[in-house]
Structure formats: structure tokens, C-alpha cells
Ligand binder design. Structure first.
Ligand code: SAM
Length: 294
């Protein structure tokens, strides 16, 4: 996540300079981020951390890192302020159909075989973990709708999108996007799944009704308000964590899968380790696993 700070850059231009983070304050902030978000903040990231903190402190008219730390960790206003700060510490870059092969994998390795076996009722739930402003979750809904339309019996499907950022989730629920976020979709899909809106395109109501969003930290997945799903899709989130923490998160995500379900990660996001009870799937440049047993 701190890599995000590097990309975001900037320190407030002509606004008055705030003091630098001293070593002791840096250690306190680094410990807080590691504990709450699982992010390891190395000393070389200190300048980015202080830049992001300063941006938020300026908005609040504060100039003292220690006082701001006390606010963020206070019992009364702390959780509200933490959620504002979080949005400045994390990146939310995303778009529809961001990694097309991963969505093709779901169609070819999960939905097509499911439809070949299904007699009457088909029921599929997918989960977009770290969904940011919702494009990935809605892409899953588009893929499910298209594939399941071929089934002659009853069809139930739904998508859960979760993220730690409340601001991103508000955008996701709104479901309105500028045209460039839809560039990965073909014209027929845009025409079928969106309506024109003042600032771009809005996801069609029938699809929005299929997607539910919830705030969830991947470090506290035991708080998830659901149990087993068919597809867990988690891309461009694990990259912010060190390998041992990635393995821990992936092992927990795998527990949410039904037997036969798919875990789809971002290519290269997990190396040299395979979660127990899963088998690797080979498909184009994807990184995916199938759950063999609980
Ligand atoms: C770069 S976006 C990825 C969006 C989407 N998955 C994609 O690949 O296009 C990373 C998202 O992970 C979220 N995130 C970061 N740390 C998190 C955590 N500990 N728990 C849940 N979400 C987190 C951020 O808020 C951000 O929206």
C-alpha cells in the first residue's frame, strides 16, 4: 500500500510546511499500519508516509503528528478518522474487465462445466475481495449473467464486493463510472449492461441488484457476513502484503470456497506456495486454484 503513496506523490504545494516525522513518531505510525492493515512500512517509505499524513492533517488544520496520531487512535472519533486516512494511504485504481483472461477462466472452467452438469437449478455466488469502486464486482455480475442466460432451468446468482475503504464502497454502490473505466468492455456489453448518466455510465439496475457491497478488512475475514461462495476473486490487493501475510490471507480466503469452487488471484501475486486443499488451474496467464476438499 505504501507503494501507492509513491505514485500519489505531492506534498501540498504552496501550503505552509509541517514539521518532519521524527523517528519515534514514524515507529508509532508504522506499527499502527502494520497492525491494522498488515502493511510493512520500511524506513525508505517514511517520506511518503509523512506526505500522506500531512495532506490529511492540513485538511483538518492540524500541524502536530503526535496529536493526529492520538486522534486516529482515540476511542471516540478514532475509527471515523482512520477511515478517512485509509483512503489516502491506499490506492483504488481499477477498471471493468481489468484482466480479461481471469474472467474467461471463470466462464470456461467453472460456469460452462456447471451448466453441462446442471439439471434444474443453478446457484452461483462470487466474491470480489478488495473491490475498490466496484468495477471488478460488476464485471463478475456481467460474466455470470451472460453465461447463466444459457441455462434453461432456474438460475440464482449474486456477487459480493468487499473493501476496507468506505469511500470506495460508496462509489461502488452508486455504480456510476466515467467512460474510460469501461474501455475493457465491448460495445454490445456496454449497451446491454449500462445506461447513460450525467457523468458517464451507470450499471443497469438489474445488475446492481445482484451485487452487495460490505466493508471488510482482509485481516479480519472472520467478520465476513456470509459463509461459502463459489468464486473468490482477489486481484491487486495481495501485492501490498509481505509473502507470509499473503499466504495467511489466501489460506483464509480458501476456507470460504465450496468444494469445486475457484480462487482467482492476480498473476504473480503468490509464488512458491500452494494453499492446502486446492489444486492449481493452468489457463493463459492467470493464477487460479480449484478447491478439492474442505
Ligand atoms: C488496487 S485496488 C484493486 C481493485 C480491484 N481488485 C482490481 O484489481 O482492479 C486495491 C484495493 O484493496 C483495498 N484494500 C487495501 N487494504 C485492504 C485490506 N486490509 N482489506 C480490504 N481491502 C483492502 C484498497 O482499499 C483498494 O480499494
Amino acid at each position: 500500500m505504501l507503494a501507492a503513496m509513491c505514485l500519489q506523490g505531492g506534498n501540498g504545494g504552496s501550503l505552509p510546511a509541517l514539521p518532519e516525522l521524527d523517528e519515534e513518531q514514524f515507529a508509532c505510525w508504522a506499527e499502527l499500519l502494520e497492525r491494522r492493515l498488515g502493511i510493512a512500512v520500511t524506513p525508505r517509505r517514511k517520506v511518503f508516509l509523512s506526505s500522506r499524513l500531512r495532506t490529511r492533517m492540513r485538511e483538518l488544520g492540524m500541524s502536530d503528528f503526535q496529536r493526529y496520531y492520538e486522534l486516529v487512535t482515540s476511542a471516540q472519533q478514532g475509527s471515523m478518522e482512520w477511515s478517512h486516512l485509509l483512503d489516502r494511504l491506499t490506492i483504488h485504481e481499477t477498471r471493468f474487465n481489468r484482466h480479461p483472461a481471469s474472467f474467461r477462466l471463470i466462464e470456461e472452467h467453472y460456469l460452462a462445466p456447471l451448466l453441462r452438469q446442471a439439471c434444474d437449478t443453478v446457484n452461483v455466488t462470487a466474491w470480489s475481495v478488495g473491490c475498490a469502486s466496484g468495477e471488478e464486482a460488476y464485471t463478475l455480475a456481467i460474466v455470470l449473467e451472460r453465461a447463466l442466460a444459457a441455462h434453461r432451468g432456474k438460475v440464482y446468482y449474486g456477487v459480493i464486493g468487499s473493501d476496507v475503504s468506505l469511500e470506495s464502497l460508496a462509489l461502488a454502490r452508486d455504480g456510476c463510472y466515467p467512460a474510460q473505466r469501461l474501455a475493457g468492455l465491448d460495445a454490445a456489453t456496454v449497451a446491454r449492461c449500462f445506461v447513460s448518466a450525467a457523468t458517464g455510465y451507470r450499471v443497469a439496475d438489474r445488475l446492481r441488484q445482484r451485487v452487495a457491497f460490505a466493508q471488510l478488512n482482509v485481516l479480519s475475514l472472520e467478520q465476513a457476513p456470509f459463509e461459502k461462495v463459489d468464486i473468490v476473486f482477489c486481484q491487486n490487493l495481495l501485492i501490498y502484503f509481505a509473502q507470509p501475510r499473503r499466504q495467511q490471507i489466501v489460506a483464509t480466503l480458501a476456507r470460504f470456497l465450496k468444494p469445486g469452487g475457484l480462487l482467482v488471484l492476480g498473476a504473480g501475486e503468490l509464488v512458491g506456495w500452494q494453499p492446502a486443499g486446492l489444486e492449481s488451474l493452468k489457463f493463459e496467464d492467470t493464477l487460479a486454484y480449484r478447491k478439492i476438499k474442505d
